[in-house]
Design a protein around this ligand. Structure first.
Ligand SMILES: Nc1nc2c(ncn2[C@@H]2O[C@H](COP(=O)(O)OP(=O)(O)O)[C@@H](O)[C@H]2O)c(=O)[nH]1
Ligand SMILES: [Mg+2]
Length: 445
């Protein structure tokens, strides 16, 4: 996962909001301080951090929660929305015939990303071709050709021709029949005037549908200045942030995107051609905040709800009889491994600890539990605490199981009851189901 540290700190801040008794200025201020610290550490631009925190504060203290949302959910929702605003919506490179020009400083990852992109489109069923218009760096031609050959991507280059715009023009001519044509260009060590001029010249020749700025995630605070310069020169239509796998500082590049009002199209998360992810802002932020796969969970729950009632509300309810437990276990057995589900819950399940055996809801185990429960009285099912040692013996005899088995059932019940109470406590009085719905990655501001 990229930007782990940022995620952990943001989740901490949200957890505090979630468990606050009451949302007041002190709670909001403290949460905002933590969010600020987290963002600054990730190198998000100071000005943007200030704007973002002022907006969160202003909205959290003045905006009334919409109907059906409690104040805690409301504030968490605001934080989510403002973070989403910060990274902007992903630039969509649709799957169609197009030309793409890559720009960026030397070492930012242009050439690697060119090959990654070509592979990406090729895997989606489009024919990709790559043109090497980096005539500046000696090894550029060989590097890109090797990458393309390995991926079965058509490569065009002219070794020895120093005229980059001319190579680009010839390359476009030679690759007419390809769907996606990607032009790799040279970068220099810094933003030099001649680099900018050459880029503009290639830009004029290529007249690309997309001009993608490739930026190293580790660039930090200089990102904004750079992004602006490239934007002024060729009118960037999207950004690719590379090396997000290796840095905690990706916030700089992310803020540059916000500042130039462009958007992130892809992120690079490794050196191989497969290490390219399409950037989807809501998914990215959800993941960062640990709200990862909630949507999947809800969809799954809804699927099951159509044939058999699985009540997520009941799952989160504090009172928890043996019958409830059985029903929930049955339901969760269908949803998939409990462990996975707990991890999909907002804020990483709020640190509720269940042992591995508590997670195992195998069919055999459920069947045994069912037999045992059939030998219990109604009162015992509703209030398992009343079950004494002598009753345990009798229940095991009546069900043809062992006292051990009965104790195991009671222990599992206690653990789950405690876990669900803990979750409820941790979330304050928040309605988990509603929260899960709201924070599904499909949510739009
Ligand atoms: N870890 C990691 N390394 C990357 C990524 N993208 C590029 N690199 C590495 O960064 C270095 C420079 O990349 P290159 O494509 O040659 O940059 P260019 O000068 O802009 O063309 C190479 O060693 C790449 O393997 C990425 O997303 N993650
Ligand atoms: Mg290169």
């Amino acid at each position: 996962m990229v930007l782990d540290n940022l995620g952990v700190s943001l989740r901490d801040a949200l957890r505090k909001i979630a468990s606050a008794n009451k949302i007041d200025k002190a709670v909001v201020d403290e949460a905002i301080r933590e969010i600020q610290r987290a963002l600054l550490q990730a190198d998000v631009n100071v000005k943007l951090v200030m704007t973002l925190s002022n907006r969160i504060k202003e909205r959290a203290l003045n905006e009334k929660p919409p109907a059906g949302m409690n104040p805690r959910e409301h504030v968490i929702n605001i934080v989510y929305q403002e973070l989403l605003n910060l990274v902007g919506h992903g630039a969509d490179l649709t799957l169609k015939k197009q030309t793409i020009m890559m720009v960026g400083l030397q070492g930012s990852g242009k050439t690697t990303t060119t090959a990654k992109l070509a592979t990406y489109f090729q895997r989606k069923g489009l024919r990709s071709a790559v043109i090497c218009a980096d005539t500046f760096r000696a090894g550029a031609y060989d590097q890109l050709k090797a990458l393309c050959d390995k991926q079965g991507v058509f490569f065009y280059g002219e070794k020895g021709n120093p005229n980059a715009p001319q190579v680009a023009r010839n390359g476009l001519e030679a690759t007419k029949k390809y769907d996606v044509r990607i032009v790799d260009t040279a970068g220099r060590h810094a933003l030099e005037a001649d680099l900018i001029q050459e880029m503009k010249d290639i830009h004029t020749v290529v007249n690309a549908d997309h001009k993608l700025l490739v930026m190293d995630a580790a660039i930090g605070q200089q990102a904004s200045e750079q992004a602006r310069a490239f934007h002024d020169a060729v009118n960037i239509t999207g950004v690719i942030i590379t090396k997000l796998d290796g840095t905690a500082k990706g916030g700089g590049a992310l803020s540059a995107v916000a500042e130039t009002k462009t958007s992130v199209a892809f992120i690079g998360v490794g050196e191989t051609p497969a290490d390219l992810e399409k950037f989807e802002a809501d998914r990215f932020i959800s993941r960062l905040l640990g709200m990862g796969d909630i949507k999947t969970l809800i969809e799954k729950a809804q699927e099951i709800q159509t044939d058999e009632a699985v009540d997520v509300d009941a799952l989160m309810k504090g009172r928890f009889t043996l019958k409830d437990m059985y029903q929930q276990m049955e339901a969760m057995n269908k949803l998939g491994p409990l462990k996975q589900i707990m991890q999909m819950l907002p804020l990483g399940g709020l640190g509720v600890e269940l042992s591995d055996s508590d997670y195992q809801m195998t069919k055999d185990r459920l069947d045994k539990f069912k037999v045992i429960m059939d030998s219990m009285t109604e009162d015992e099912l509703n209030d398992p605490k009343m079950i004494t040692a002598s009753r345990i013996k009798r229940i095991s005899l009546g069900s043809g199981t062992s006292s051990e088995n009965v104790r195991e059932l009671l222990k599992a019940h206690q653990a789950m009851q405690k876990a669900f109470k803990g979750m409820r406590g941790g979330m304050g009085k928040m309605n988990m189901k509603r929260l899960m719905k709201k924070f599904g990655p499909g949510m739009k501001g």
